[in-house]
Design a protein around this ligand. Structure first.
Ligand SMILES: *Cc1c(COP(=O)(O)O)cnc(C)c1O
Length: 239
């Protein structure tokens, strides 16, 4: 084993500049499609980033963050939670049912509900914690076998199941196939959301958030454009 070299960390002013650039691009995309600029929230994807990068984003005023692993997020955010007002943490990675209680304790919104068993576990955890559980349903719009998410045709049933279980279903989330144009996937997600009266659409990442805004995204999840390339482990589907 060779010792790993220290991660290159963007200076805090570089993070602030990138943040401003992305906010400007979001605003321009909103205007281009006749949408209100405050209708789109930037979720800063802080997975695998060093503490300095997160501190820089917080100092620049960013308050909404996305993480893809419960344990990693606990290490990174448990001690910070108290000191930061207005902080919102969103889980954007797959969740195992046996981590539901930990996820409910740490996260404000869980974006990756994709099966009834997990809905049950989240409902139980929420009841125990005396906390409403806000969720998005992740839809596998490309029906990719290796990817998480409920199939588009089964989304309606899961939405109803989650509502009946007592979860607060706020909307839908998707990660389009890496090798396809994302537009049709975003359009499909929006169509399913409308059919079920759901407001929140979490879609669009560094490479396609402007397209997602054109298709109605309310939350865009941006990591590498904001913090630079990740060096740590990632969700396999993102590679
Ligand atoms: C990592 C990740 C992102 C951010 O991706 P970038 O291309 O770095 O912006 C967005 N959504 C999910 C679900 C992710 O896992």
């Amino acid at each position: 084993m060779t010792p790993s070299s220290p991660e290159p960390v963007l200076s805090s002013s570089a993070v602030a500049v990138r943040l401003e650039t992305i906010q400007r691009r979001i605003a321009a995309a909103c205007r281009a499609s006749g949408r209100a600029v405050d209708g789109v929230t930037l979720t800063a994807v802080s997975k695998t980033q060093p503490p300095e990068a997160i501190a820089a984003a917080l100092a620049a005023g960013q308050r909404v963050f996305g993480e893809n692993r419960v344990q990693e997020a606990q290490g990174r955010w448990n001690d910070r939670r108290e000191g930061v007002s207005g902080l919102e943490l969103r889980l954007i990675g797959p969740l195992q049912s046996n981590k539901a209680a930990d996820a409910v304790a740490l996260f404000d919104v869980i974006e990756t509900l994709d099966r009834p068993k997990l809905a049950d576990a989240l409902a139980t955890a929420g009841a125990r914690a005396g906390k409403p559980v806000r969720v998005l349903i992740q839809v596998n719009t490309g029906a990719e076998p290796q990817k998480a998410g409920v199939l588009p045709g089964d989304a309606g049933q899961l939405i109803e199941y989650a509502r009946t279980a007592g979860l607060v279903v706020e909307g839908l989330m998707c990660i389009p196939p890496a090798d396809e144009a994302p537009g049709p996937h975003f359009a499909l997600l929006r169509k399913i959301a409308r059919r079920h009266g759901l407001e929140t659409l979490s879609m669009g990442m560094s490479g396609d958030f402007e397209t997602a805004i054109r298709f109605g995204a309310t939350h865009v999840r941006v990591g590498s454009s904001l913090f630079g390339e990740r060096k740590g482990p990632e969700t396999p589907s993102m590679d």
